[in-house]
Design a protein around this ligand. Structure first.
Ligand SMILES: Cc1cc2nc3c(=O)[nH]c(=O)nc-3n(C[C@H](O)[C@H](O)[C@H](O)COP(=O)(O)OP(=O)(O)OC[C@H]3O[C@@H](n4cnc5c(N)ncnc54)[C@H](O)[C@@H]3O)c2cc1C
Length: 380
């Protein structure tokens, strides 16, 4: 199947692109400048069906496939990475583990509300001393009287602090086996006593994304809030990150596409030495390389989505897709800014924001170095 030709996908892409162009793009510069998470936009994205894209309709989702989801994230990132990141984190890290590992009761309790744009759910792995080394988690959950008592903190958590952030799937130590940590995933509602949030401000990129530091002090939740089985935390995390990496790859692809289109447009308008920039071979070759890289990235990413849809292993391909898409996003944003010359540095020019936003892609949900470790483990 060719997702670029199939009518279903073409129509869906056009629909999300129209939304992105008319609703997202006009406010992108201002949101970035103000470093504010736009609640109104979240609601509009909810009405557009962008929360719960792949979730079955019985839980309030759209019932679409993974390629559609990736296309939606790509199209948002083509104009602005911040809302694309909000959607990617909510769908892949918030909703997906609850649907995949949750009991029927947990699914019914949480999922419908999380598809409306009125509520967000986060995924909490990272801590001050646990980033790439996920096993370094120090947050502890002790079982007392059929309740988990959670103490610890999480850092950088996406969709965790705004007024519509309603809770988190928290990765915590629930015991030890043979001296090794037993990690479990626990659903923790924000309304729980002892749950504190503090927005992370002053970011270089994704400035309109809600990121926060969370602190849990004796947070008490029923034993039934465990997601999956006790001790399955690592399995849930690895599975969640594999899917999540595809959506980060989609942000890279969409950002690269947007940066390329800006370079194409500018190079045909700007004249120097009596010619438009695109008439200079060094500029036209840059555009050719951008087009080539975008095509290869898109084919790789969609191929990985097809593996996931078919229920085949896709962990290596997810790492390759994220690594490649974030690499080309960095290269293409850099070359597009180069083509824009001095005007590219101005905040009023979208390429300036794209140049900053791409930087997160090689760090979040597995740094490029960690992804190379994942890929090398598969190939060796
Ligand atoms: C905007 C933003 C949003 C985020 N959202 C979330 C979220 O929703 N939930 C969540 O849990 N986390 C989230 N994170 C955290 C993110 O996943 C981590 O930042 C990332 O995993 C890297 O961890 P770290 O920052 O601690 O870097 P570190 O792990 O300290 O790495 C620092 C550097 O050392 C390198 N390095 C580390 N170990 C090795 C090794 N073994 N070999 C070679 N090099 C190595 C890394 O590649 C990197 O270059 C977010 C982060 C940001 C910035």
């Amino acid at each position: 199947m060719n997702e670029l030709l199939d009518k279903r996908y073409v129509e869906y892409r056009n629909k999300v692109r129209a939304f992105a162009e008319t609703i997202v793009k006009p406010i992108a510069v201002e949101q970035d400048e103000n470093e504010e998470f736009p609640i109104d936009l979240a609601l509009k994205m909810g009405n557009e069906g962008l929360f719960g894209i792949t979730l079955p309709k019985e839980y309030g989702g759209q019932g679409l496939d993974y390629v559609s989801y990736i296309i939606a994230v790509e199209e948002l990132a083509r104009v602005d990475s911040s809302p694309a990141a909000t959607i990617a984190a909510h769908n892949s890290l918030g909703i997906n583990p609850i649907y995949t590992f949750g009991t029927e009761e947990q699914r019914k309790k949480y999922l419908p509300g999380l598809c409306t744009g009125e509520k967000l759910w986060a995924f909490g792995l990272t801590e001050d001393n646990a980033g790439s080394d996920a096993k370094g988690v120090e947050t502890v959950a002790n079982l007392e009287d059929n309740h988990w008592i959670i103490n610890g903190s999480k850092m950088f958590i996406t969709n965790s602090c705004s007024s519509i952030a309603t809770g988190i799937t928290v990765q915590a130590i629930t015991g030890h086996t043979d001296g090794r940590k037993e990690l479990s995933a626990i659903l923790l509602d924000r309304s729980t006593e002892g749950y504190e949030t503090e927005p992370v401000k002053g970011k270089l990129m994704w400035r309109a994304v809600d990121n926060g530091r969370l602190t849990f002090t004796n947070c008490r939740v029923p034993d039934s809030n465990i997601l999956g089985k006790r001790g399955e935390g690592m399995k849930i995390m690895l599975s969640t990150l594999d899917g999540g990496r595809l959506s980060i790859a989609a942000i890279g692809l969409g950002l690269a596409q947007g940066a390329f289109e800006m370079a194409l447009d500018y190079s045909q308008k700007r004249k120097q030495f009596g010619k438009q920039l695109s008439d200079f071979q060094s500029v036209s070759f840059k555009l050719a390389e951008m087009a080539m890289k975008i095509e290869l990235a898109r084919n790789t990413l969609y191929h990985t989505c097809r593996l996931k849809e078919a229920g085949l292993p896709f962990s290596k391909q997810a790492a390759i897709s994220k690594l490649y898409c974030s690499d080309i996003a960095r290269e293409i944003a850099g070359e597009s800014l180069q083509i824009h010359g001095g005007f590219g540095f101005l905040k009023s020019n979208h390429i300036e924001r794209f140049y900053r936003d791409q930087r997160l892609l090689s760090i979040g949900e597995g740094t490029s170095e960690i992804l190379k470790m994942v890929i090398s483990r598969h190939v060796l």
